[in-house]
Design a protein around this ligand. Structure first.
Ligand code: ATP
Ligand code: MG
Length: 559
């Protein structure tokens, strides 16, 4: 076993180790089984990191990607494609092990016929209302259907009629014959097949009966020789049915289901139905809107695969359902970008500063460090001129205590450049500062604490002559409530109206104009930013998304 798996301990990895030690399995085979009815989200990422992670850690192990495409009505090729792209982007690969449940329709059908022949399944032709009325509840046993004791011959004939399209939708279903008095509602003669006259993205119009999840899923696992079928806790009381299907159908292997807690994140909705609603009703710009908790949204926002994987490792795998603070995800992103993202300078809210002691045509290349966390990445040359842009809030006329940036008479360092002292400023009729004037102190480039000079802050800047105008999109959380699903008037009522702010006149250091889409960097002192995957055009139209601020501003607000 590799070192990694020794480090990552949880009850599932322990169970797999035990199964290998006892000789029950030679190698674990896991699967990630998305239904292609939406884009992947951070909850799926947790499952991907678990299933594909196990395949990477244990020798000879593998993880299948299986599209659980048994419900034609909501599935689409667009989702099939995006899911594959997202898994690859997260850093995982299924190799040759790509499966579609829809390729197993013949096998499911054979299994249903086998159950009928054993007297373990029957075609029920009651109305939906009648069947519902017989279900009972946790305290009241259900009643048996009048169709329950049909002969195998009759059931086979009716099931074939279902398959041949001779029975209209809703007029017949195939049910397992288990126990209408079971304390587990899932065991009260559950539905195995229903009629749907719908075109399937893979099988077209070949089928008009489709298997239910609880019947198809164990069969898919068995068909693929999955050893450990890992799913979320909601399926715990479906496990007896999972085992029943495996027990009674002609299956080539005997997989075992184990449940773990799903990921819930604060300030986030994760249900695919709600994410689809956000997209369809235009509350966001698409599945990959940088505010979405989708893998493609997080990618566009500038989150890195490593940050997402680290987050999934940090939260671990348990049996306890609860909420994870979204700040923990943001922390993982910040950690990764702090270590790896190069630093650049950009001024989002520009104020003009003139260094009166430099000549009109001054242009000096100064060296600015690329990444203090990675000294090996060295320095870059940035042009310094007489007129520069600085951040508006780096100057105050009447600064409070502990404000160490520019003010009349104050000295600060220009990052990588000179120390400068403010000598004058200009205001408009309303008292707004329109321009400030400074004198530079020669010989202060490169010396950290020039003798006799009181300079307690370094600020970022961009030469006005070299600056490139850019569009900056500042993203914040999509919801204002910790648990939007619990909002009295629905999750849409607690959307954050300030979740997107667009800044158009930002001033960027020239090197930022030419970067490729998805270039990640820190804008010094402002946060981490990424060149937008869709809208940034190198050399023509710089567009950057704020990935995450340098510090957690929500933590402050909550205090
Ligand atoms: P929905 O019920 O919203 O349609 P789903 O979560 O069932 O979506 P699937 O496509 O069936 O979506 O999920 C694929 C896999 O991802 C399943 O094995 C599921 O258990 C896992 N998964 C989905 N959501 C989460 C989550 N929040 N945390 C952990 N695993 C998850
Ligand atoms: Mg599902």
């Amino acid at each position: 076993m590799s070192l990694q798996s020794a480090e990552r301990r949880d009850f599932i990895r322990d169970m797999i180790s035990d199964d290998l030690a006892s000789g029950k399995h030679q190698a674990p085979v896991t699967r990630f089984p998305p239904e292609p009815n939406g884009y992947l989200h951070i909850g799926h990422a947790k499952s991907i990191c678990l299933n594909f992670g196990i395949a990477q850690e244990f020798p000879a192990a593998r993880c299948h990607l299986r599209f659980d495409d048994t419900n034609p009505s909501k599935e689409d090729q667009e989702y099939v494609d995006s899911i594959q792209e997202d898994i690859h982007w997260l850093g995982f690969d299924w190799g040759d092990n790509l499966f579609f449940a829809s390729d197993m329709f013949d096998f499911f059908y054979e299994c249903a016929v086998a159950l009928i022949n054993k007297g373990l399944a029957y075609v029920d032709e009651q109305t939906v209302e009648e069947i519902r009325a017989q279900r009972g509840n946790v305290n009241v046993p259900g009643q048996e259907s009048p169709y329950r004791n049909r002969s195998a011959e009759e059931n086979l004939e009716r099931f074939q009629a279902m398959k041949n399209g001779e029975i209209p939708e809703g007029k017949a279903i195939l049910r397992a014959k288990i126990d209408m008095a079971s304390s587990n509602m899932n065991m009260r003669d559950p539905v195995l097949y229903r009629i749907m006259f719908a075109e399937h993205h893979n099988t077209g119009n070949k089928w008009c009966i489709y298997p239910m999840y609880d019947f198809a899923h164990p069969l898919e696992d068995a068909y693929e020789h999955i050893t450990h079928s890992l799913c979320t806790l909601e399926f715990e009381n479906h496990r007896p049915l999972y085992d029943w299907v495996i027990e009674h159908c002609p299956v080539p292997s005997r997989p075992r289901q184990t449940e773990f807690a799903r990921l819930n994140l604060t300030y986030t909705v994760m249900s695919k139905r709600k994410l689809l609603q956000l997209v369809q009703e235009g509350h966001v710009t698409g599945w990959d809107d940088p505010r979405m908790p989708t893998v493609s949204g997080m990618r566009r926002r500038g989150y890195t695969p490593a940050a997402i994987r680290n987050f999934c490792q940090t939260i671990g795998i348990t049996k306890f359902n609860g909420f994870t603070d979204v700040a923990l995800l943001e922390y993982s992103v910040r950690e990764d970008l702090n270590a790896n993202a190069p630093r650049r300078m950009a001024v989002l809210n520009p104020l003009k500063l003139t260094i009166t002691t430099l000549p009109e045509d001054a242009e000096e290349m100064v060296e600015v460090q690329n990444n203090p966390e990675k000294p090996e990445e060295g320095f870059r040359q940035v042009p310094l001129t007489r007129e520069i842009w600085i951040e508006r809030d780096d100057f105050m006329l009447d600064p409070p205590k502990k404000y160490f940036r520019l003010a009349p008479g104050r000295t600060v360092r220009l990052r990588g450049g000179y120390c400068i002292t403010c000598t004058d400023y200009r205001q408009d009729a309303d008292g707004n500062i329109t321009e400030i004037f400074c004198e530079h102190i020669p010989g202060t480039i490169g010396s950290n604490s020039p003798e006799g000079i009181q300079c307690r802050a370094a600020i970022h800047w961009v030469s006005t002559r070299h600056a490139v105008d850019g569009e900056i999109r500042i993203y914040d959380r999509l919801f204002t409530e910790e648990n939007p699903d619990a909002a009295e008037n629905g999750f849409l009522s607690v959307m954050n109206p300030g979740s997107l702010t667009v800044i158009t006149g930002a001033k960027l250091e020239p090197a930022l104009a030419g970067v490729e889409p998805e270039f990640n960097c820190q804008f010094e002192r402002l946060g981490y930013f990424v060149a937008d995957r869709r809208d940034h055009v190198p050399g023509q139209r710089p567009v950057f998304n704020r990935t995450v601020a340098l510090k957690d501003s929500w933590a402050k607000k909550q205090k």
